[in-house]
Design a protein around this ligand. Structure first.
Ligand code: ADP
Ligand code: MG
Length: 251
């Protein structure tokens, strides 16, 4: 039975997309079957693995316009596939407001493939709107990427409130799967203090593999491949590989 994991944090630029792409790539490299689901109209996850966003994707899938098979694309990494987003997806934020059960659309769409993949990763936009609500409703677990900076915990209270609301309504089984530190700079005292504070708050939920700030991670998307195919020897690649092993091991 696959694990559906949603990457959520309503702050932008904290590493949701980078983590979904690279953790997914290393899980695939470890032999796991991974499906990436780009649920952000900005399509960053799709372009970072070279998917064609002009093709049918998640919007056509959730609206029932296209069958599953025509919405999936292969990537350059074996075992790693993607259902891309398209700018049309931003229309869904308006269209879904009108319909009943609007938070269940993604869940319904993913139900039939849950058995076929070990990991299904949903990448959300930087907001707590209807798309993220669909992500939280569809998922078994939330992964929360946190940047190790002063305002890291700002907004987390709101995210926790949204998670609790979803647990009370559309998805009682939703768990917090883990906190992932990103863009860590070991030279700064501040980054170390933030890690301590967050570990104090979340305890074991914090993954031990911390992702450093690493320029190669920000370059890889422009080459349309995850970091394991761009620069597997860099510090960022090694940290995502470690994280993948930790995710498998924690089960
Ligand atoms: P989000 O999806 O939360 O908005 P992204 O994953 O798109 O965040 O990351 C924001 C920006 O930071 C991107 O340009 C990305 O390439 C860059 N980035 C992400 N993680 C790192 C890192 N560990 N080191 C350096 N740059 C990073
Ligand atoms: Mg993103």
């Amino acid at each position: 039975m696959g694990r559906i994991i949603v990457f959520a944090n309503q702050k932008g630029g904290v590493g949701k997309t980078t983590s979904a792409a690279n953790l997914g790539a290393y899980l695939a490299e470890e032999g796991k079957k991974v499906m990436l689901v780009d649920f952000d109209p900005q399509c960053n996850l799709s372009s970072s693995v070279g998917a064609d966003v002009q093709n049918t994707g998640i919007y056509e899938l959730i609206t029932g316009q296209s069958p599953f098979n025509s919405c999936v694309q292969e990537t350059s990494v074996k075992n790693l596939k993607i259902i891309p987003a398209s700018p049309d997806l931003s229309g869904a934020t308006v269209e879904l407001v009108e319909v009943t059960n609007r938070e269940y659309y993604l869940k319904e769409a993913l139900l039939s493939i849950k058995e076929d993949y070990d990991y299904i990763f949903i990448d959300c936009p930087p907001s707590l709107g209807i798309l993220t609500l669909n992500g939280l409703t569809a998922a078994d677990e939330v992964f929360i990427p946190l940047q190790t900076e002063y305002f890291a915990l700002e907004g987390i209270t709101q995210l926790m409130q949204s998670i609790k609301m979803v647990q009370r309504s559309s998805n009682p089984a939703l768990k917090i799967g883990g906190i992932i530190f990103t863009m860590y700079d070991s030279r700064t005292r501040l980054a170390q203090d933030v890690v301590k504070e967050v570990v104090g708050y979340f305890g074991n939920l914090v993954y031990k593999s911390i992702i450093p700030r690493n320029i190669r991670l920000s370059e890889a998307p422009s080459h349309s491949v995850p970091i394991n195919q761009y620069d597997p020897g860099c510090a960022g690649a090694k940290s995502y590989h470690e994280l993948a092993k930790e995710v498998i091991q924690r089960g």
